[in-house]
Design a protein around this ligand. Structure first.
Ligand code: BG6
Ligand code: MG
Length: 218
């Protein structure tokens, strides 16, 4: 049976992509090149340093490791300025109702995020109490599509991967769920998330009934 739901954070529960975008754009501006919203799509679900490398390749520059770390630090400072001002109003539609329904039904809930800022966001949006386990970028060594983040979540919940459903908005996240041996539901577009067991456009479409419809045998 399904005993647990594992959620990605950015793009599934909260819309932080706009803040990542503003901070990366500002960094690109300081470095003397433009960074578009379309470019930003390539950074979704990608770790901080890997995101920086993509940004630098767009600008056609390759600074040394010390400079790269300083640039990532700078971007994160601006990003943290935005997320420290977040509140419940920035929870994506349908997320809270679905989390409440899962908890009421006795299902376990975990976070599986690449972000090292996940706790700040969960606390500010008051989402933290819904989670039985929180696995974020501070606890993992390998980024999605590596399954580490979700496997660690299942271990902390003391459930097997086969009993887990992952909710993800990034292709690499769906891949991570598949490699973890978990079921997955894409939140976003069918074009990029087609490998998931099902795709919904937002968590507004999710409920326990819908979950049972998608996975009738379990
Ligand atoms: C992911 C986001 O959840 O976390 C990425 O989708 C982000 O855009 C990554 O780069 C790392 O986040 P942070 O907060 O540790 O820089
Ligand atoms: Mg995401």
């Amino acid at each position: 049976p399904i005993r647990a739901c594992l959620f990605d954070l950015d793009g599934v529960l909260v819309d932080t992509a706009k803040y990542h975008y503003l901070a990366w754009k500002r960094l690109a501006g300081e470095l003397g090149f433009d960074f578009t919203e379309q470019d930003n799509e390539r950074l979704k679900g990608v770790s901080r340093m890997a995101s920086l490398d993509i940004l630098l390749s767009i600008g056609g520059i390759s600074p040394d490791e010390t400079t790269r770390l300083a640039l990532a630090e700078k971007k994160n400072g601006w990003y943290v300025d935005y997320i420290t001002r977040m509140d419940e109003s920035e929870i994506l539609p349908g997320a809270l109702a679905f989390l409440q329904e899962l908890k009421a039904a006795g299902l376990l809930v975990a976070l599986g995020s690449a972000s090292k800022n996940a706790m700040t966001i969960l606390n500010n949006t008051k989402l933290a109490p819904y989670f039985d386990a929180i696995v974020d970028g501070t606890k993992t060594a390998s980024a999605k599509p590596d399954p580490e983040v979700f496997l660690l979540g299942a271990r902390e919940l003391k459930v097997s991967p086969a009993e887990c459903v992952v909710f993800e908005d990034a292709e690499a996240g769906i891949e991570a769920a598949i490699r973890a041996g978990m079921r997955s539901i894409g939140v976003g577009s069918e074009t990029t998330l087609g490998r998931a067991d099902a795709v919904v456009s937002s968590l507004r479409e999710m409920s326990l009934d819908r979950l049972a419809e998608i996975f009738p045998s379990i």
